[in-house]
Design a protein around this ligand. Structure first.
Ligand SMILES: C[S@@+](CC[C@H](N)C(=O)[O-])C[C@H]1O[C@@H](n2cnc3c(N)ncnc32)[C@H](O)[C@@H]1O
Length: 297
């Protein structure tokens, strides 16, 4: 099973750890020396674990549940919205693997294992698909490695989205991914954790740069365009492992500059190629998240 580095283990032994240099985006937690990326930190809410709670998962702690409940008070539909995001993920993978013929996927910001994970959906459609998950959260990495043990053609590697070249050069990735073949790069629920200073559009460009025309990028991103309270929730994350950077729908579209939106373009989560026969909910803007798939011309 994959072990792409020595920083991916979840450790409950945190005492005496020397203070690491803080990395970009790392919040001040009041506990210097205990970088959440290298030490298990159940005392700081983590984006992955909050999302796990919203989805009804079990890999979360009181601080995560507290933040999630604060979200639920401000955004009453947020748990349903999280389910809608997972359903979007599944429709994207089914469409691109099943109808477009994509066979290799890099899913950046994998999140904790849930129902209908990317590799499960892809393998259901095409057993020869290959999936590389990327994340920087030690709990995600531990559970992801566990989930993927003994599974061929699906791996999880420890990297930060802010370092695209390191992701692309990882020998575990290069063993599965062929740069001469179109790929699907997934950025679901992750780009709103990237500041403008880190230039998310450029990160996306650098990640799809080595892949040929016909490659695709999938994005889901929180926006306050229809619900201003989304910005207040963003502020709750100031004390979490990742901070939130809400964007307008126009700004989200700009993240895919140079790519051609796949119909129906930028829409609210439930509106992206709904399964035939699905009733469209009346409150699609209460997904709080917009969705886009775009292709490399
Ligand atoms: C809300 S979850 C989304 C999970 C999944 N993509 C989905 O949409 O269902 C966001 C994930 O992105 C990861 N993440 C956030 N910032 C990241 C970064 N800079 N590099 C790598 N992973 C990151 C978090 O650890 C978390 O697992």
């Amino acid at each position: 099973m994959v072990n792409s580095g020595n920083r991916g283990s979840v450790s409950s032994s945190v005492g005496g750890t020397p203070a690491p240099e803080p990395r970009q985006g790392m919040p001040s937690t009041g506990s210097p020396g205990l970088d959440w990326r290298t030490n298990f930190r159940p005392d700081i809410p983590s984006a992955a674990r909050v999302y796990d709670y919203l989805l009804g998962g079990k890999d979360n702690y009181p601080v995560d549940r507290e933040l999630a409940r604060s979200m639920m008070a401000k955004l009453p539909n947020v748990r349903t919205a999280a389910q809608w995001n997972r359903a979007f993920l599944q429709r994207v993978v089914r469409y691109l693997v099943g109808e477009i013929g994509i066979r290799q996927i890099i899913d950046i910001g994998a999140g904790l294992p849930s129902v209908g994970n990317t590799h499960e959906v892809a393998f259901d459609v095409a057993r020869d698909a290959r999936v590389v998950y990327v994340d920087h959260d030690p709990v995600v990495l531990a559970h992801g490695r566990d989930m993927l043990q003994g599974i061929r053609n699906a791996v999880i590697i420890e990297h930060d989205l802010l370092e695209p070249e390191a992701i692309l050069a990882d020998p575990v990735l290069t063993k599965l991914i062929d740069f001469s073949e179109p790929a699907l790069l997934m950025f679901l629920g992750i780009l709103h954790f990237v500041s403008d200073d880190a230039d998310p559009a450029d990160l996306i460009t650098r990640l799809h740069a080595p892949f040929p025309s016909g490659s695709h990028v999938a994005i889901s991103h929180a926006t306050s365009d229809a619900t201003p309270e989304v910005r207040d929730v963003g502020r709750d994350f100031d004390r979490a492992t990742e901070q939130v950077h809400i964007r307008t729908r126009a700004e989200v579209l700009d993240l895919a500059a140079g790519l051609e939106p796949v119909p129906p373009g930028l829409v609210w989560l439930p509106e992206w190629r709904p399964d035939p026969g699905t009733d469209m909910p009346g409150n699609v803007t209460e997904s709080y998240v917009c969705a886009l798939v775009a292709t490399k011309p």
